[in-house]
Design a protein around this ligand. Structure first.
Ligand code: C5P
Length: 232
């Protein structure tokens, strides 16, 4: 049953402070989106990849990703990578990805900015879907105490940290379910948020610190340092 990875890479990434859209900023010499797609293919759990980019970068992305299919070597069939145009919000970009892969049985939605995600984590999410879960997210315990605040910055509550998790990607979904979640027109900071609103149980699998989202200049330095360690 085809597992299609959707890679939203159409964000501007203003928090990173780079002139290039974030997914195209190089880490250790390789653009983030390429690293993210390589990781998906290396997991061996993905049959096809749809990458969603800003309109002006479709050609550049196609060139950049055209050689990724060779990565799997002899043992697996090549994984096709398709590039489509995204939208103003992340949800618009994911919607464009869904539309480009109507044949999927499962979707894995994976941020390009989580460029160093270990292939084992991706395989873990896919395995949980194949085992029957409808919605799966990688989760890590939070190290900080997290508080809610009002508009004036006054603390309004302190949820019990033992029941909080930081959620990463790829997030995996039965294809029908994700299509149904995206048929509604509400915003959400992650895809599982839309599925939760349908009253469907979202399962967690252990996340990985290496799947952190490269968001700020500090994250970029961390990612560079980690890649430099690997290549040593
Ligand atoms: O902005 P944020 O870090 O939450 O973005 C997460 C991912 O969603 C990034 O890979 C980014 O490129 C993507 N995105 C997108 N289209 C948008 C906004 C963000 O594909 N309009």
């Amino acid at each position: 049953r085809p597992v299609v990875a959707l890679v939203p890479a159409a964000g501007r990434g203003v928090r990173l402070g780079e002139p290039t859209p974030k997914a195209f900023v190089p880490v250790g010499g390789t653009p983030m989106v390429r690293l993210a797609v390589d990781g998906l293919i290396a997991s061996g759990a993905v049959h096809r990849v749809v990458v969603v980019v800003p309109a002006e970068l479709v050609e550049a992305a196609s060139t950049l990703l055209s050689t990724t299919t060779s990565l799997t070597g002899g043992s697996m069939p090549p994984v096709p990578v398709q590039v489509v145009v995204g939208g103003a919000e992340r949800t618009d970009s994911v919607r464009a990805g869904i539309a480009a892969a109507p044949d999927a049985a499962f979707y894995l939605v994976h941020d390009a900015a989580r460029a160093l995600t270990p292939p084992e984590l991706i395989a873990r999410v896919a395995a949980e879907l194949q085992a029957g879960s409808q919605a799966v997210v990688p989760a890590l315990p939070v190290v900080d105490t997290v508080k809610s605040v009002d508009d004036a910055g006054i603390v309004t509550g302190t949820p019990d940290r033992a029941h909080l998790r930081a959620i990463q990607t790829p997030q995996g979904f039965a294809a029908d379910l994700l299509r149904r979640a995206y048929a509604t027109d509400v915003g959400a900071t992650d895809d599982a948020g839309l599925v939760e609103r349908l009253g469907i149980a979202v399962h967690t699998v252990p996340g990985d610190p290496l799947a952190f989202k490269i968001t700020t200049p500090l994250d970029l330095r961390l990612a560079e340092a980690l890649l430099a360690d690997c290549s040593r």
